[in-house]
Write a protein that binds this ligand. Structure first.
Ligand code: C2E
Ligand code: MG
Ligand code: MG
Ligand code: MG
Length: 282
């Protein structure tokens, strides 16, 4: 019981830590096998142009269909993969799977202008742009169709190497998006220093629009920055019609969130691409 545990903190913690480290070893071997056993999945969440109601892009979000634990969200294994040097393998799988799916849609005559993938800092190794181009080539995918989402935290490691890699990705024609904008250590000079195409407003600032006065102020400011710097803007985590209407009224370029659609398995997203989504937001 609790009182007893509180009396024996060391015993309790060592048992708990042992249990956890065993669980982590298990997770590492499992994750190694997940790729071979074809247990990783990409889910797709549309990004909607609120004026037309058309799907202008999508974000690929990884899931792990674990044989015992069920469908795991990225929060349950990506940080772990980053710590354990497995993120390179997982990241490569994501790019390959994204290209495969884009090629499939292309072949089926379904048009998706852009598919975004999330990149971890660890994937930024010299030669990244060239490696990505090599993956795209056999699928006949153009770099502009693949959007690379990076976070502010990554940009904080501003060194010459990082600047050069981002410039190479941009020069190769990849679309770059800054994810979770406003949540990191926001140095606005980054926006000028790096060749970024899209800003993604983090969902915490979207929440409660237009009733949350603080978020209204923040979102107005972010929209102003994006417009003045000529960046496209995507709002993340749009959950209500009120949020959607406010953002559409502010000329936010694209909306992404449960109000429009949840991240969907490939078959369901394909149906959405074929049949179109709901009406314009107004
Ligand atoms: P993110 O890139 O910011 O992705 C958006 C997250 O918000 C997704 O969570 C998505 O399911 C969720 N979301 C979308 N719309 C709504 C909404 O209306 N309301 C709420 N409450 N949530 C919404 P998910 O799929 O669990 O992914 C979490 C994070 O994991 C992602 O955040 C991204 O940082 C990371 N991640 C996902 N896939 C990958 C991947 O392939 N590679 C790497 N390195 N990281 C990934
Ligand atoms: Mg993202
Ligand atoms: Mg985000
Ligand atoms: Mg614009």
């Amino acid at each position: 019981n609790r009182a007893k545990q509180a009396d024996q903190p060391y015993l309790f913690y060592s048992a708990e830590m042992n249990r956890r480290s065993l669980a982590r070893i298990k997770l590492a071997t499992d994750l190694h096998h997940a790729i071979e056993r074809n247990e990783l999945r990409l889910y797709f969440q549309p990004q909607i142009n609120p004026e037309s109601g058309l799907i202008s892009g999508a974000e690929a979000l990884i899931r792990w269909q674990h044989p015992v634990r069920g469908l795991l969200s990225p929060g349950e294994f990506i940080p772990f993969a980053e710590e354990n040097g497995l993120i390179g393998l997982v990241g490569n799988w994501v790019i390959e799977a994204a290209c495969q799916q884009l090629a499939q849609w292309q072949q089926d005559g379904l048009h998706l202008p852009r598919l975004a993938v999330n990149l971890s800092a660890r994937q930024f190794q010299p030669g990244l742009a060239e490696r990505l181009l090599q993956v795209l080539r056999p699928y006949h995918i153009q770099p502009a169709q693949l959007e690379l989402e990076i976070t502010e935290t990554l940009l904080m490691q501003v060194d010459e190497r990082m600047t050069q890699m981002l410039q190479e990705l941009h020069d190769a024609g990849f679309t770059l998006a800054l994810d979770d904008f406003g949540t990191g250590y926001s140095n606005l000079a980054y926006l000028l220093a790096f060749p970024i195409d899209y800003l993604k407003i983090d969902q915490r600032f979207v929440r409660g629009l237009p009733y949350d006065a603080n978020n209204v102020a923040i979102v107005r400011a972010i929209i102003g920055i994006a417009q003045n710097l000529g960046l496209e803007l995507i709002a993340e985590g749009v959950e209500t019609i009120e949020e959607a209407r406010f953002l559409a009224g502010m000329d936010c370029d694209l909306l992404q969130g449960f109000y429009l659609a949840r991240p969907l398995p490939a078959e369901e997203f394909t149906r959405l691409l074929r049949d179109g989504i709901a009406q314009p937001v107004n």
